[in-house]
Design a protein around this ligand. Structure first.
Ligand code: IDP
Ligand code: MG
Length: 168
């Protein structure tokens, strides 16, 4: 089944200069990257991304982690597209707990558990089709993706401020 999945290289992955390694590992999947960007995550985006974990004891620390408060304040967001994309990326990512993840998986090789108890596992990968759709729509607008993944609508906005390049 052709699917799409959201991948985040989390702030610890960027801080540890793992971007190249992680993208190389993910290229083993032969999936297509159909969107990519750098994002500074604010608290609102962090809360929306991890909304299903809001009752967990580690939630506040998790919000700090994904915002990059302890590392670099940035995340690389990508969408991978192709046959069985969700499982292929999850398999390469490895288990949530980096101590339990297979040592050849991305999380097993590069993750750690902090003294505050957060699993810093360098990468996020959507867990299922519904999650992927919710997360992709949260992190990307349709015009940031080079193919059409979900139905869109066209609206005409007035008085919308945008920053454009100055023409010299
Ligand atoms: P997943 O990232 O493997 O899908 P989720 O349960 O969706 O796992 O959790 C999201 C993120 O929250 C994890 O990637 C990890 O960074 C953190 N996390 C999950 N469970 C725990 C826990 O029990 N202790 C500390 N951090 C956790
Ligand atoms: Mg998850």
């Amino acid at each position: 089944m052709i699917q799409q999945t959201l991948v985040l290289i989390k702030p610890d992955g960027l801080k540890k200069s793992l971007t190249g390694n992680i993208l190389t590992r993910l290229s083993e999947t032969k999936l297509d990257i159909v969107a990519a960007k750098m994002v500074q995550v604010d608290r609102v985006l962090a809360e929306r991304h991890y909304v299903y974990l809001k009752d967990e004891p580690f939630y506040e620390e998790l919000l700090r982690y994904i915002q990059g408060i302890y590392h670099k304040k940035k995340v690389m967001a990508l969408i991978y597209h192709g046959e069985d994309a969700i499982k292929k990326v999850r398999d390469l990512a490895g288990a949530t707990n980096p101590e339990e993840a297979d040592s050849v998986s991305i999380r097993g090789a590069y993750g750690r558990i902090t003294t505050k108890g957060v699993y810093e596992n360098v990468i996020h990968a959507s867990g299922n089709i519904k999650e992927a759709e919710r997360e992709i729509k949260l992190w990307f607008q349709p015009d940031e993706i080079i193919i059409q993944l979900y139905p869109t609508k066209t609206v005409t906005l007035e008085k919308v401020k945008r920053i454009l390049w100055k023409v010299s």
